[in-house]
Design a protein around this ligand. Structure first.
Ligand code: NAP
Length: 349
């Protein structure tokens, strides 16, 4: 391979955000690509993940929630990607293998194959490789493990899901329906997102940007919910606490509405948990690594049996990485947002 002909395109941290992200926080850079030494592999990035948590990596204090090392100015921004092994000096990796893991915002990665890069070799399933960032990767594992393990849903139970038209939320909606939960009610911003989620099988949707969420939950779930899978936190979480059935479970998957708040947020209705004997449970996907294989198998089966549609929002072009992340905080994505790094044809593996 002619390594000197390859260019590694990178996005690095230029300035730290304190609240909202803007394009001046990012800088584009190019660097050279070198051959892997003993024990190393060279990866070519095909797709990069866009995730709300990325802003935390860029903040001085990790925003209180950073799950990766806090970046220094000039570092390549952290991010998971789907990549292909294009050169290998490692006994467990062959040229042509696909992996997903901590590639970073760059078009090539020379990897020392360390645990912190969290590589997972992809299984050939005759599905698009970008599913490794949505249904068959951390997004799918979050939906499946968070809902099944932390939510403990039973057939016939009422389920509420916020961020229901997003990457994790759109999968939880479909998993809940497939296991016989009823009704399955989603919350999302805007009519288009509500319509898309109804088409995925949700029984009803609440448009939190145009409807009174408190009133609508009361109408749609008069006996309360049994499981609330929460992706957004903030006021919606607080309102939900008024609508629990006895022994309800609330899964705290994400709190995107709180991430850029200047003041910390506290749900004043939390005392209702006591009255309902309910549980509010934290969820962190990496604590469920022993369940990833089973989650992936179940979701892959659902896809092949046409029980689950993978809702992806693919942005074409590495140059759009910053705008893709900034937009996510304004709800510009429908389904799992990922960026296709180059213009090569879609790969099915
Ligand atoms: P996503 O839901 O695809 O995208 C984020 C969505 O959040 C936006 O499209 C937007 O949808 C909504 N949003 C943005 N600002 C909001 C606000 N102020 N109030 C209400 N909704 C708002 O993202 P994802 O990658 O699937 O992640 C979903 C959540 O899960 C995130 O909070 C993420 O941090 C969390 N997560 C946690 C874990 C874990 O291990 N705990 C793992 C993966 C993801 P609308 O247009 O509907 O507002």
């Amino acid at each position: 391979m002619d390594y000197h002909k390859l260019i590694n395109r990178q996005w690095i941290l230029k300035a730290r955000p304190t609240h909202e992200l803007d394009p001046d926080h990012f800088e584009y850079k190019e660097s050279e690509v070198t051959a892997p030494r003993s024990g190393e592999i060279l990866l070519k990035t095909h797709y990069l993940n866009i995730a709300p948590v990325m802003r935390m990596y860029m903040m001085a204090d990790g925003g209180g929630y950073s799950t990766e090392r806090i970046l220094n100015i000039g570092d390549v921004i952290h991010g998971r990607g789907v990549a292909e092994v294009v050169a290998s000096n490692h006994p467990s990796y062959r040229v042509g293998d696909f992996v997903h893991g901590q590639v970073g915002w760059q078009s090539y990665k020379l990897s020392v194959v360390s645990a912190k890069e969290k590589w997972r070799k992809m299984t050939a399933r005759q599905l698009p490789i970008h599913y490794g960032l949505s249904a068959l990767g951390m997004t799918g594992y979050s939906a499946y493990c968070g809902f099944m393990d932390r939510g403990q849903p039973k057939p016939g139970e009422a389920v509420l899901i916020s961020g229901a038209a997003g990457g994790v939320g759109s999968l939880v909606v479909q998993i809940a329906k497939a296991m016989g939960c009823s009704p399955v009610v989603g919350i999302a911003g805007g009519q288009t997102k509500c319509d898309v989620t109804l088409q995925l099988g949700a029984d009803a949707m609440i448009d939190y940007k145009n409807e009174d969420v408190e009133e609508r939950i009361g109408e749609l779930l008069p006996d309360g919910f049994d499981v609330f899978f929460d992706n957004v936190g903030g006021d919606i979480l607080n309102i939900s606490l008024n609508h629990m059935s006895r022994y309800a479970r609330i899964v705290l998957c994400g709190g995107i509405s709180e991430y850029a708040k200047k003041e910390p947020f506290g749900p004043v209705n939390y005392g209702k948990l006591r009255m309902k004997g309910a549980d509010m449970k934290g969820f962190f996907v990496y604590y469920h690594a022993d369940q990833f294989n089973i989650a992936e198998e179940k979701i892959a089966k659902m896809i092949h049996q046409k029980q689950l549609k993978v809702l992806v929002d693919i942005v074409e072009g590495f140059e759009h990485m910053p705008a893709s992340l900034i937009g996510m905080y304004h709800g510009t994505n429908i389904g799992k947002r990922i960026v296709k790094v180059d213009s090569s044809p879609e790969i099915v593996y």
